[in-house]
Design a binder for this molecule. Structure first.
Ligand code: PLP
Length: 435
């Protein structure tokens, strides 16, 4: 790897200690630098607004933003205040609380297709349960999903999964039984013909079609016109449920779900990340007649010590309330658009082929000259070039996800100066790639 990073003695020391006690030295593979040349990841000690501060005292403009969980910026006052107010009254009751009623009400009000909701501790659990629920409701075994999407780490959705999974060059996770594999069909995103073929052959076996409506796990890939609408129509015609995994998209591009943007309604919607305001959370919800199959009303089991955790509920409600600020999403769109344009212009000046997909505050650059509309397109991008770019940006105080499959997130705390500084750093970093 040609781009050596400046010494980071504290991060290095922490990494050496971590390697002895944690597999790979990290607790989530997405945090490792293995895909970008290796070495000690930067250990962060503080975050505020658009900034992260590492253990060696360096400041970075952050675009990881909790892998999409952070939208107001780091440690926003209303959310921190909500946690501070809630914690002294008790950390966990193991009973219902008013806080969970208040957050559930906000979700049901914001997303018309969600009549009832249940909280979990993570998006992974919510996806896992929604699939079980779809199977119980339809009495069918099979799940259709799309290549390169990521839906957490339960067994069925690790078939042809994306994000951290693709970063490591994995196809299907080890440890998944042939029985699980046999019940999952993974198809190319943004194409209806493969779906037609599968539904024609075995539509009566399909319990659900699971989709990230705007993909955020092989960079950022919006649906082509007609794709989501066609998918929903075909799934319905086959008697399968439609599950929208909105763990990334929920409240990211507008207040609520992206279903309204495309004029479609999911039978089940999965939420996470932003709705916890930076604390652990997941949720699944949908039509009452489906949700009423969940215990204690029905025979589908889902439980959880941490489900509806009081601090997550309080933080989530405070975050959603802050997201109602007029003009916030327009500002995110303007900043995201400027960042994407600036990256394209910088790459053009340096003479490096770069495609940049952008939506709202989400930005995904790909080192390729071809538009990226599906996982195969993302796979064509130059990952070695990304690794060198990542390191050159880190040297310049810009903290990017250490993977070409992840989205950069602009938050409400990022300023125009942050974005201009990032574009200037990117031009320098790109120039080092051709030097
Ligand atoms: C679309 C999507 N679904 C589900 C998940 C899993 O959520 P969690 O990490 O909370 O388990 C993720 C995580 O990145 C995701 O991007």
């Amino acid at each position: 790897m040609s781009h050596a990073l400046s010494p980071s003695p504290r991060s290095e020391e922490l990494y050496q200690r971590a390697l002895k006690v944690a597999s790979g030295g990290v607790h989530s593979p997405s945090r490792s630098y293995d895909a970008v040349g290796g070495g000690a990841p930067r250990f962060m000690v503080r975050a505020k607004g658009s900034s992260l501060f590492d253990a060696d005292g360096r400041r970075y403009i952050d675009y990881v933003c909790g892998y999409g969980a952070i939208i107001l910026g780091h440690a926003p006052d209303p959310v921190v205040e909500a946690v501070r107010r809630t914690a002294p009254d008790g950390l966990l009751f193991g009973t219902p609380t008013p806080l969970e009623v208040a957050l559930a009400e906000r979700l049901c009000q914001a997303i018309p297709s969600v009549e009832k909701v249940r909280f979990t501790a993570s998006g992974t659990e919510a996806v896992m349960t929604a699939i079980r629920l779809a199977r119980a409701f339809t009495g069918r075994p099979k799940l259709v999903k799309f290549d390169g999407s990521y839906h957490g780490h339960s067994d069925p959705v690790l078939v042809a999964a994306g994000s951290g999974f693709s970063t490591l060059g994995l196809a299907d996770s080890a440890g998944i039984t042939p029985g699980v594999l046999a019940d999952v069909i993974s198809l190319p995103y943004n194409q209806l013909e493969p779906l037609d073929r599968v539904l024609a052959a075995q539509g009566d076996q399909v319990a659900a079609v699971l989709v990230e409506p705007i993909v955020g796990n092989f960079g950022l890939v919006p649906p082509k016109p007609g794709f989501l609408e066609g998918m929903v129509e075909r799934a319905r015609a086959a008697g399968a449920l439609v599950i929208f995994d909105e763990v990334l998209t929920g409240f990211r591009y507008r207040y609520g779900s992206v279903q309204d943007l495309y004029g479609v309604e999911a039978d089940l919607t999965i939420l996470g990340k932003i709705i916890g305001g930076g604390l652990p959370i997941g949720a699944y919800g949908g039509r009452a007649e489906i949700m009423e199959l969940v215990a204690p009303l029905g025979p589908v089991y889902q439980d959880g010590t941490w489900a509806g955790h009081p601090l997550s509920m309080a933080a989530g409600a405070a975050c959603l309330d802050a997201l109602r600020e007029p003009g916030l999403y327009q500002r995110l769109e303007a900043l995201g658009r400027r960042l994407a344009e600036g990256l394209r212009e910088a790459a053009a000046r340096v003479g490096i082929p770069l495609q940049v997909n952008q939506m709202g505050g989400g930005v995904a650059p790909y080192f390729t000259d071809q538009p990226v509309e599906d996982f195969a397109g993302c796979e064509r991008a130059d990952t070695e070039r990304f690794a060198r770019f990542f390191r050159a940006m880190l040297e310049r105080g810009i903290h990017l996800p250490p993977s070409p499959y992840e989205v950069w997130y602009v938050t409400a705390a990022h300023t125009e100066e942050d974005v201009e500084q990032t574009i200037a750093a990117a031009e320098e970093a790109l120039a080092t790639l051709v030097a």
